[in-house]
Design a protein around this ligand. Structure first.
Ligand SMILES: [Fe+2]
Ligand SMILES: [Fe+2]
Length: 528
């Protein structure tokens, strides 16, 4: 889902102000809106320095100049100016202008990640007497965005609803359109597709009334996401293509990237991988060109899912690793998204891909069906017994799914041989840890699983392979996989013997407990 629209730091109108002063302010605001902030800044300066300037104009100019300094990354000056604006407005007992100043100050805090402080200042702004519905609408929208960044969906919905009511009362149709859009976005994040569609339809209707082409494009793109989720592919494709046409006309590269991503997903889901590949590639290129990390990360993830769907697991994993790194570089505040939720979602996609890949190896070895899944479950239980942290647990799960990756290179007849193996065949099997590493060469994985793949057949007493490591030279994660790997091998049917019961397996393992570090073996016993 795209970001919410906002934050909303500036008022739409300056209010009733004496002629000459209003003219000065109007000119400065016009330049400001055209993006000519150097010239606008000079005009605001002139207003602030002018004699006998009316208080409301002064407060307005101070705040607007503060916002310009904020955009120039001069936070101290920005804050000082807005604080002065607040003081001037307070002295005038002008609640609306004072609230505007606080709204701007809170926005600065939100964008630098001081979320609690931002919430507190927005709260003060709302509590001011005389706050107009127009200002209230904007503050509530910003509070909604703040809640959204923090992953508090219900709170975000409540704020957007309050924003909607305030905007309705003040006749601010654009504000209503944005509130509907953001309500639709949160509903879509909660997978409430029917609600989301209704909100986007209302926002779209207002966008058309206001001739706001950009908002129309955003609504159509969100529509496409809803219809894709509902598997209404033709509808989704038409919406996404119209959105792309609009963004092309407006020449907004970033929005185009998101439209291309959506088209790529639609083509992927409708079984047209070549078109999907091309659209997703374009999305990634556009996102890189505009420096949009979030869009790049999301398009890269979608391309990974495409590669997986055509069985190219290695490519899929490389792309997911890139997406993981990109998500890690996102800043919740600047990108207005709940980064933690994004990363969590990506990690579950990641686990899905490695699980699939692990299982695709098992099909070459019919006796070990379900082996990776069981090893992953046992290993996780041991990791929990050892009180390993979240990152280590994920490392062990991912490593468990892929630990025998190298077996794809072992010939079928060797892997499934019923009789005893020759020395040469044994050598081939013993190469699988190194072959596994070769398959992952060049992929910069987010979790350190390579030690698991290389060393999961090493033994504590130095009798393992491929490096004959001894004692603590064997990585902890590899030892954990080693012990549960042996247990699973003993308790499942093999081509050369039937499955042992749990107790038989544990008794057998007791006889060779010197293969594992004592505390790991103990944790394993507790876990099974
Ligand atoms: Fe293995
Ligand atoms: Fe294994």
């Amino acid at each position: 889902m795209a970001q919410p629209i906002g934050p909303f730091p500036r008022p739409l109108a300056a209010g009733a102000i004496p002629g000459w002063a209003a003219a000065l302010l109007e000119e400065a605001v016009r330049l400001d809106r055209q993006g000519r902030i150097g010239e606008a800044g000079e005009r605001y300066h002139a207003i602030i320095g002018a004699e006998a300037i009316p208080g409301p104009v002064l407060a307005e100019a101070l705040r607007r100049l503060g916002v310009i300094h904020h955009r120039r990354n001069e936070p101290r000056v920005a804050r000082d100016l807005c604080n002065r604006s607040f003081e001037v407005a307070s002295a005038l007992a002008d609640g609306a202008l004072a609230a505007e100043a606080l709204n701007a100050l809170a926005g600065f805090e939100m964008e630098t990640g001081a979320l609690e402080r931002a919430g507190e200042i927005y709260g003060r702004a709302l509590a001011l007497g005389g706050v107009s519905d127009e200002v209230r609408g904007r503050i509530e929208q910003n509070l909604g965005i703040l809640a959204n960044i923090q992953g508090k969906h219900e709170e975000a919905l409540a704020h957007y609803e309050h924003a909607l009511e305030a905007c309705r009362r003040s006749g601010d149709e654009r504000g209503c359109a944005y509130a509907y859009h953001n309500l639709g976005m949160v509903s879509a994040d909660q997978k409430q597709w029917g609600k989301a569609e209704a909100y986007f339809r209302k926002s779209l209707h207002l966008a058309d009334l206001l001739h706001d082409l950009r908002l129309r494009g955003l609504c159509l793109l969100n529509y496409a996401e809803v219809h894709l989720a509902l598997q209404q592919y033709e509808h989704a494709r038409r919406s996404a293509e119209e959105a792309l046409g609009i963004f092309d006309e407006l020449d907004t590269q970033l929005a185009k990237a998101d439209a291309y991503k959506m088209l790529g997903m639609i083509f992927r889901e409708t079984g047209r991988p070549a078109l999907a590949e091309s659209r997703l590639r374009t999305a990634i290129e556009l996102a890189i060109a505009t420096g949009a990390l979030l869009s790049e990360a999301e398009a890269t993830r979608e391309l990974a899912i495409l590669r997986q769907s055509v069985g190219r697991n290695q490519d899929a994993l490389a792309l997911l690793s890139t997406a993981h790194r990109l998500f890690g570089q996102l800043h919740a505040q600047v990108d207005l998204v709940d980064v933690a939720a994004k990363v969590e979602e990506l990690e579950s996609t990641y686990l899905g891909v490695v699980r699939d890949w692990g299982q695709s190896i098992e099909s070459a070895d019919s006796y070990t069906h379900g082996h990776c899944e069981r090893v992953a479950n046992y290993a996780l239980a041991v990791a929990i017994e050892l009180k390993l942290d979240e990152v280590d647990r994920t490392t062990i799960r991912v490593g468990a799914y892929l630990h025998d990756l190298g077996k794809v290179k072992v010939p079928h007849e060797v892997l499934n041989k019923a009789g005893p193996l020759t020395l040469k065949e044994l050598e081939i099997i013993k190469s699988h840890p190194v072959w596994g590493l070769e398959l992952l060469a060049g992929i910069d994985l987010p979790w350190d699983i390579k030690p698991i793949i290389r060393s999961h057949h090493e033994r504590y007493d130095g009798t393992g392979y491929p490096d004959g490591l001894r004692g603590d030279a064997i990585p902890l994660s590899a030892q954990i996989i080693c012990v549960v790997d042996v247990y699973d091998a003993l308790t499942t049917n093999r081509s050369y013997r039937p499955a042992m019961t749990r107790d038989e397996a544990l008794a057998t393992m007791e006889d060779c407990r010197h293969w594992w570090r004592p505390d790991i073996f103990e944790a394993f016993l507790r876990a099974v």
